[in-house]
Design a protein around this ligand. Structure first.
Ligand SMILES: C[S@@+](CC[C@H](N)C(=O)[O-])C[C@H]1O[C@@H](n2cnc3c(N)ncnc32)[C@H](O)[C@@H]1O
Length: 258
């Protein structure tokens, strides 16, 4: 049976390999987290994950920072402003951190947290390619963030929280680190219908952003339980992927305020 530790070890191993440039790490799954043909059974249905970013935003992304692992564009909705402190959860090779860096300017700060050492190394290599001084990548877990209480203006995250076994802990950590009035904007995977026990036990499906997903209702309940108000779904996309239960898979971008 999958434990929280074994799930996280497997996720780390797989994303470590992806950071090191290995391909087909998550085999036989057209997944949001494994390729840009996001969760589609139709090989022609390639989705450009960065489609809602402006070309200015895209210009802020160094080569090698966008590994095609996202399932939305949270930075595009996050209302980031000059001088703010931004936290990106599961920052990967840094794609959304580099976009955020441009919005907050020299007076602001961007912190990217990821639990996979190889991703942090890759993100730092990407940082060295561009002239940014306001981005700091930290090795750490979303369930115990290496971040001060009440210190963050905006939390963003792109296709990550579905991978976290304890989603309540994840959202209570987001609540802890945000300033009062601060906001999170998260793109993530949810399902309608249910995920079978067999799917839950499949490590590749976990790492592929499918088996760890909650239903939309459960997801919003977890956010509400953490204490957030003004919870809104800002965008959503249905993928051409059918669960064993017959249910569907969606990417949503959701925000809430502390
Ligand atoms: C699907 S990738 C998304 C990366 C990035 N957000 C992007 O859009 O390119 C998921 C990332 O989340 C990280 N991750 C997964 N679970 C985590 C956890 N519990 N704590 C910190 N990082 C985690 C993985 O190491 C991986 O880099």
């Amino acid at each position: 049976m999958n434990t929280s530790k074994s799930i996280k070890d497997s996720v780390k191993e797989k994303y470590g390999k992806i950071a090191n440039g290995e391909t087909n790490v998550i085999p036989n799954i057209s997944s949001c987290c494994s390729s840009k043909s996001c969760c589609s059974n139709d090989s022609n249905a390639v989705i450009d994950m960065t489609q809602r970013y402006t070309s200015d935003d895209k210009n802020a992304i160094p080569d090698g920072a966008d590994l095609g692992l996202g399932c939305g564009t949270p930075a595009a909705y996050a209302d980031m402003r000059n001088g703010m402190t931004i936290l990106d959860l599961g920052s990967g090779a840094g794609v959304d951190c580099f976009i955020a860096s441009k919005y907050v300017g020299e007076l602001g700060k961007v912190i990217g947290v990821d639990m996979t050492e190889e991703m942090i190394r890759k993100a730092n290599e990407n940082k060295a390619k561009v002239n940014v001084t306001n981005v700091d990548f930290r090795l750490g877990e979303i369930e115990s963030l290496p971040v001060e209480n009440n210190s963050i203006d905006r939390v963003i995250s792109n296709c990550v929280i579905n991978l976290v076994p304890d989603k309540r802990k994840a959202f209570s950590e987001i609540f802890r680190v945000l300033k009062t009035g601060g906001k999170f904007t998260v793109s993530d995977i949810v399902v309608d219908g249910s995920i079978s026990e067999k799917e839950r036990q499949n490590a590749a499906l976990w790492a592929g952003c499918i088996s760890g997903a909650l239903s939309r209702k459960e997801y919003l309940e977890v956010i509400e339980l953490a204490g957030f108000k003004d919870i809104k779904i800002l965008s959503e996309k249905k993928y051409d992927y059918i669960l064993q239960s017959g249910g569907g898979l969606y990417s949503i971008t959701v925000s809430g305020t502390k």
